[in-house]
Design a protein around this ligand. Structure first.
Ligand code: BDR
Ligand code: CA
Length: 309
């Protein structure tokens, strides 16, 4: 099994990503680190614990992370994910899921050292914790097996500004640091927007209990207005795509490229800039997703969900 730490801001699509990570036998979730993002750090930490409670995994440690972005003001997305940043019928977390005493950035460094060379980090929220971990331990990339990030819009427009995607726009300086120094696999919006689930399957989900009701709510978190705006039939479950790739590396097609995140002007803040033709003359500093096998992705998510219902 592959040890995995998920840095997250749950979040409806985060919740499905966490479910997939916990349920697949090839992954061993060593902890969740929480970050501001879809809601305040209080709310995302509470949501992470509630998800673990719902999935009967209070044994997974939760380490609370950054309350604010490095420089930008806090930017949350309750208007998309729901009051307190998540939808569904979630239980109050029991004391068994009490957050660890260690700050998420420190926890990331400690786990990377404990599992030297073997740990994978899936970062599916703003990158503040990972940037802080890189500041504490610049050798972090060498200590990891892989760092995979949901963020940016490599070859397409963003969802917060014409150029920027939410996770990168929420903390552009952190994203800049992680993309520059973290040797990441970056999975951007142009690819994750295709990570939807079949409408008929969603409608057939059993909704008799809290788990079924929650999964249904997570899978349908986009309003009619958002579906229309992006010409989608069902919601994009961005974050689960990152986890699917860790289970089966054929899910995504990735290419090595030089990448940078804009931090200089209102126009480019948080924008992922990719150099596929090598015009900068810079060497590739990571890999970026360029295509997705949607059928395989759906198979993995559906199998995981049906396994818990
Ligand atoms: C990303 O932003 C968040 O709202 C989602 O959870 C996802 O991580 C998509 O832009
Ligand atoms: Ca997220």
């Amino acid at each position: 099994t592959r040890p995995l730490l998920v840095d997250t801001d749950p979040g409806c699509d985060d919740a499905l990503a966490i479910l997939l990570a916990l349920e697949h036998a090839d992954l061993e979730v060593v902890g969740l680190t929480t970050v501001h993002g879809n809601a305040s750090i209080d709310a995302t930490t509470h949501n992470a614990r509630s998800i673990l409670e719902l999935l009967e995994r209070p044994d997974v440690p939760v380490s609370r992370g950054a309350e604010l972005p490095l420089i930008s003001p806090l930017e949350t997305a309750e208007h998309i994910h729901g009051v307190d940043g998540i939808r569904g019928d979630l239980p109050e977390p029991s004391p068994a899921t009490r957050p660890a005493d260690t700050h998420a950035a420190q926890f990331i460094v400690e786990q990377a050292r404990a599992y030297e060379g073997e740990l994978t980090i899936a970062a599916i929220g703003p990158l503040t914790n990972v940037a802080l971990a890189l500041a504490i331990e610049p050798k972090l990339p060498a200590l990891l097996d892989e760092l995979i990030v949901m963020g940016g819009a490599a070859f397409a427009p963003g969802n917060v500004t014409p150029l920027a995607e939410a996770n990168f726009h929420s903390d552009p300086e952190a994203a800049h640091r992680v993309v520059r120094d973290g040797d990441p696999i970056v999975v951007g919006l142009d690819v994750t927007r295709r990570a939807t689930l079949p409408a008929a399957w969603i409608e057939g989900l059993p909704r008799g209990g809290p788990l079924g009701r929650s999964i249904y709510e997570w899978a349908t978190y986009y309003t009619e207005e958002i579906l229309e705006r992006y010409d989608l039939e069902t919601a994009a479950i961005h974050d689960a795509l990152v986890i699917a790739q860790l289970i089966d590396e054929e899910v995504l097609e990735v290419e090595p490229h030089f990448m940078e995140v804009g931090i200089d002007s209102e126009l480019d803040r948080g924008a992922l800039v990719c150099d596929p033709h090598g015009v900068t003359g810079e060497r590739p500093n990571g890999r970026v997703a360029v295509d997705v096998d949607v059928d395989r992705y759906r198979e993995l998510v559906i199998e995981a969900v049906e396994g818990v219902l």
